[in-house]
Design a protein around this ligand. Structure first.
Ligand code: NAD
Length: 347
């Protein structure tokens, strides 16, 4: 990290208003806790889910239930805000985004109304959570993929539905900066994982799904695991703590206004390797059953971190093995609670 890097405490007073949308979900909820732990006293967390369904609620953080696809709700959400972090989107893992393209595309309403509301409210900075799914899919047809650098989003051939929505929303941010002077910051997340993420129900992503399947197999004594596809498809996975620090630094970097940047790990692994790591953590070896007609997404995807390293002198570095261990242990606890009939995250 460069010594000149700024984080939130360098630019805001502790009682400035911070707004985080999608805060009933994984990353937004974790971000609310992160700013609260830094001592910020006026954090407004917003999500459309009823409050009892939020994954995390940090005491002392204002929590509002609003549907941000409505313009009025966005105006209410940003009242008095110095900074807005827009993490609200209808999304999930491959199993969700390949079968819910309409829902994914409709998230354009959230970002459209949030930007306009933030601009009218005169906020100082606006953060948009974009995705690696915005990249040209034609560059991701080989598991031995060349890592994606920021310029690879164009010429555009994003993932249908979810990826195109992210690309259009990025453009909205860029044009609000260019034409209206709203300071926007855009990070393209690559597979964020960790405790407090979705771990069952159909929207979960590969790391959580695989940890859960290993735990289920151990618990049931049926020592086999279903893997989507051949398992040779490759991805990188970024631990939540790296993601939170990355959001903070990207939002407060003057060189990153309206400039999309990768926020991901460059540790590329195959899904089979990921399964092997989860088995190792669980202390079990499972027979592998490959479901070849499952939704797979692109064949390979990795984050090229040349740009973030150059501009921030930093990149996500948590090794997958250690991040996965923490995630596995957390899911193990959740699994036991659920089995005992107690309420768990994502009930
Ligand atoms: P999440 O599903 O856990 O959280 C998103 C939250 O947005 C949910 O709680 C949902 O209820 C809320 N939401 C949806 N529609 C809403 C609406 N109309 N009004 C208000 N709230 C609404 O997802 P996450 O993993 O925390 O992702 C946060 C952001 O990061 C999303 O924009 C997502 O697209 C992006 N992203 C995440 C990943 C990842 O690996 N988790 C990767 C790339 C991009």
């Amino acid at each position: 990290m460069f010594s000149g890097n700024k984080t939130i405490e360098d630019v805001l007073q502790k009682d400035d208003q911070i707004v985080i949308t999608g805060a009933g979900g994984f990353i937004g909820g974790s971000l609310a806790r992160y700013f609260h732990e830094k001592g910020f006293t006026r954090i407004r967390a917003v999500d459309k889910k009823p409050l009892p369904e939020w994954y995390q609620r940090t005491p002392g953080v204002e929590s509002l239930c609003l549907d941000l696809s409505e313009a009025d709700a966005c105006r209410r959400a940003v009242e008095g805000a110095a900074e807005v972090y827009n993490l609200a989107a209808d999304m999930g893992g491959m199993g969700f985004i390949e079968t819910h393209r309409v829902e994914c595309l409709r998230s354009i309403l959230i970002n459209t109304h949030m930007l306009e509301a933030a601009y009218r409210a005169g906020v100082q900075r606006y953060f948009f959570s974009s995705s690696a799914c915005a990249y040209n899919t034609l560059l991701q047809q080989d598991p031995n993929v060349t890592a994606l650098k920021e310029a690879d989003a164009y010429p555009a051939m994003a993932e249908r539905g979810y990826g195109w929505e992210k690309l259009m929303s990025e453009m909205f941010c860029q044009e609000y900066t260019a034409e209206r002077g709203l300071e926007t910051h855009i990070a393209r997340f690559h597979n964020i994982y960790g405790p407090n993420g979705t771990w069952f129900g159909g929207r979960e992503k590969a790391p959580a799904a695989i940890c859960r399947k290993v735990i289920e197999a151990k618990d049931s004594g049926q020592l086999e695991i279903e893997i989507w596809g051949t398992g040779e498809q490759t991805r990188s996975f970024c631990y939540i703590d790296d993601c939170l620090l990355g959001i903070d630094m990207i939002m407060h970097c003057d060189a990153l206004v309206a400039t999309p940047i990768n926020l991901g790990s460059s540790e590329l692994v195959s899904i089979n390797t990921l399964v092997g790591l989860a088995e190792e953590i669980g202390g079990v070896k499972l027979a592998r059953r490959h479901k070849l007609d499952a939704p797979l997404g692109v064949a390979g995807r990795n984050s090229d971190n040349t740009f973030i390293q150059a501009v921030l002198g930093w990149q996500p570095r948590t090794p997958l093995r250690s991040g996965l261990e923490k995630t596995y242990r957390w899911i193990e606890t959740q699994y036991a609670l659920k089995k005992a009939g107690k309420q768990v995250v994502h009930d």
